[in-house]
Design a protein around this ligand. Structure first.
Ligand SMILES: [Fe+2]
Length: 478
């Protein structure tokens, strides 16, 4: 059952208008066949970094990194991180629920020069970036949650309870030009205790076995389908899975001390500089690292806020490079989370206070005018908001595998509910309790056709983005 959104006539005209044809709500909108993926092929993937530079990464158990074949020419890959066992460090868990991180493979890499037509590794073509990106898959919060502190033991072995592999395959069948992951890849932090057959025998901790179980194995089809833009979640902060983050995903060089291996270096390892990925036709992504953002408001004069103030300056400079930007981080800045209070009433929690404060110091609408849309995760739902005034639209895409949030968001927001001071909501849509992925299909320089897909590849909602305005067909999917 779906509820109608309380969309103003102006917003509906501006955004939906005549461009919204009949909804595709039929099963099988994405083809049901499975991709053919080479069994036992080495994990090889492409991460997009600053200025859209494609970085080939390969996980290797061999002594040497081997060669990449670029337009038929063999080029040796470089070692990014060697196979090693990193001694146990303080983590977010108790010491008895933590262990050393064993990385059984080296990470090898090679920047792929712009204009390269083919890149092959071990007989397989790697996906390369397109000059104009028209089709984007967005996923987020994909790991299987095993955490003693929260008594959370998701049934990783049951596809109905942990469907990331199916979601990745369905999303790959949509044939994206680009995949965006909005963060939180690794959730198997502690050992699955006795009495929980759904997660019995799972890998755990922050080493490569957990990364394979939580990410590389289920994501395989989607890694082969397109280059990825990776945002860093709080689960990839240094006190959690930050070691893997630096080895596998961060687009910056991996330098000693900036690897989360020793807690004394975390003030360096917990931050990466923002960067822009061009999409062609005067549009770009701006990716920024919010992984260390706390739930509350930290001291204004502390290290964290100093780092974030520098980040905001860099984002403002990057935004001048294109007329239309999509901001990507992990924490929603202009979204809601729903919690149930002790009186069993639903309360709405606003966006991240630390990020609102630091962006608000630079701009009363938080973001430069060129940033039209924000993509985030962290809240385990799908959500869309569009605002009166100059705030960008916010989409939350935290529903791609990790156990879902249960408290429903309202179909109609309470009067004056705002996720940030002054951010008056004009349209709002959500899906709580369903696993899936989101797609963006470009219809103009600053306009996108958005679809929300279930884990089975069924389109359950459709939205339009026009500049910083967005609106969806349905206010709530029940
Ligand atoms: Fe998160």
């Amino acid at each position: 059952m779906v509820a109608r959104a309380p969309v103003s006539a102006r917003a509906r005209r501006a955004v939906l208008g005549a461009v919204l044809p009949t909804l595709c709500l039929l099963a099988g909108c994405a083809g049901p066949g499975r991709l053919t993926v080479a069994e036992h092929a080495p994990d090889a993937y492409v991460v997009l970094g600053a200025d859209g530079l494609a970085l080939a990464r390969v996980l290797s158990t061999r002594q040497a990194c081997g060669d990449l074949e670029l337009d038929g020419r063999s080029v040796p890959m470089q070692l990014r991180a060697r196979a090693e066992t990193i001694p146990q460090r303080p983590t977010r868990s108790l010491a008895e629920d933590s262990k050393p991180s064993v990385f059984a493979e080296a990470t090898c890499e090679l920047p792929i020069p712009p204009g390269t037509q083919t890149a092959r590794f071990a007989g397989r073509d790697l996906p390369l970036p397109k000059p104009v990106v028209g089709r984007i898959v967005v996923i987020g919060d994909t790991g299987c949650r095993i955490k003693v502190e929260d008594r959370a033991f998701q049934a990783c072995r049951e596809p109905d309870q942990y469907p990331f592999a199916e979601i990745a395959e369905r999303a790959a069948q949509w044939h994206p030009d680009l995949v965006i992951h909005v963060g939180d890849y690794l959730y198997r932090e502690n050992a699955c205790p006795n009495g929980h057959p759904g997660c019995a025998g799972s890998a755990w901790g922050y080493g490569s076995d957990s990364w394979h179980a939580d990410f590389f194995d289920p994501a395989r089809a989607l890694l082969a389908a397109a280059p990825w833009v990776m945002a860093r979640g709080n689960h990839e902060s240094c006190a959690r899975a930050g070691q893997g983050w630096w080895r596998y995903f961060d687009a910056a060089p991996l330098v000693p001390g900036r690897d989360c291996n020793a807690a004394v270096d975390d003030e360096i390892g917990d931050f990466s500089a923002p960067y822009a990925v061009p999409l062609g036709d005067d549009a770009q992504l701006i990716v920024f690292d919010s992984s260390a953002a706390p739930a509350g408001l930290p001291p204004a004069d502390g290290h964290l806020m100093h780092e974030y103030a520098t980040m905001v300056q860099s984002i403002s400079a990057l935004a001048t490079r294109a007329g239309h930007s999509i901001g990507i981080d992990h924490h929603p800045i202009l979204g809601f989370a729903a919690v149930e209070n002790p009186q069993h009433e639903v309360e709405l929690r606003p966006g991240n206070a630390a990020l609102q404060a630091v962006f608000g110091n630079a701009n009363e609408h938080l973001f430069p005018g060129q940033i039209d849309v924000l993509l985030a995760g962290h809240v385990h739902v799908w959500e869309q908001l569009s605002f009166a005034g100059r705030f960008p639209s916010q989409f939350i895409v935290g529903f791609s595998g990790t156990a879902e949030d249960k408290v429903p968001l309202p179909a109609v927001l309470p009067e004056n509910a705002m996720p940030a001071p002054g951010a008056r909501v004009e349209t709002f849509s959500s899906w709580v309790g369903g696993f899936g992925y989101m797609t963006l299909e470009r219809t103009g320089n600053a306009s996108w056709d958005v679809r929300v897909w279930s884990r089975h590849g069924v389109a359950v909602n459709r939205c339009q983005i026009e500049g910083r305005l967005s609106a969806c067909e349905h206010a709530r999917i029940d």
